[in-house]
Design a protein around this ligand. Structure first.
Ligand SMILES: [Zn+2]
Length: 187
């Protein structure tokens, strides 16, 4: 595991969430780099803040891929739609809702679409983003002051922190993926 290069001295929970959060699968990226061509076995590295957070092995078959990460294998169906100018565009089939998706996200040890993973879009408004950032730093501060709380409320605070840290990172991730998606061409 890469050493923690985390911002603001965030503790281990945040680091774990970041690693998970970094592990989005982008069908356009995989398609461009040959990861979806049947028969190919290709390594995939998830980076964040310049560090490799996780790696996997993508094995491509006709109608699905498998992604081996550590000891687990994730099975993800593929489909395609024709483009106006010929050729076709590939899609993942979300393992949970079976909808056609361009991006899947790792959370709770499985890949699924943003809706199934309950990653909300609502943090797009400036107010909501500000609130989330404030909440994140407040909880981070509480967590760092361990002596202040009895054990039971520490557990509650750290659960809350996990949830907020996830949303916080999802927000950053979404901002990044907007940039990536804008750069990606396709039909
Ligand atoms: Zn889904």
């Amino acid at each position: 595991m890469a050493k923690s290069g985390s911002r603001l001295g965030a503790g281990r929970p945040a680091h774990r969430l970041k690693a998970e959060n970094a592990s989005a699968l982008d069908v356009a990226y995989l398609s461009r780099h040959g990861h979806l061509d049947a028969g190919n076995w290709k390594r995939l590295y998830w980076q964040q803040y310049g560090e490799v957070q996780m790696e996997g092995l993508v094995k491509a078959f006709d109608d699905h891929i498998t992604v081996d990460i550590g000891l687990s294998t994730h099975w993800i169906g593929l489909t395609q739609t024709p483009c106006h100018l010929g050729g076709y565009r590939r899609w993942f089939i979300c393992p949970m809702c079976s909808n056609r998706m361009g991006m899947l996200y790792m959370r709770h040890g499985r890949f699924a679409c943003r809706q199934c993973q309950r990653i909300s879009y609502q943090s797009q408004s400036g107010d909501a983003e500000d609130r989330l950032i404030w909440q994140y730093h407040t909880l981070l501060h509480k967590i760092s002051n361990k002596k202040l709380q009895p054990l039971r409320s520490r557990a509650r605070i750290s659960n809350k922190f996990l949830e907020v840290a996830w949303q916080y990172d999802a927000m950053l991730d979404e901002a990044m993926s907007r940039i990536v998606m804008a750069a990606a061409t396709g039909c």
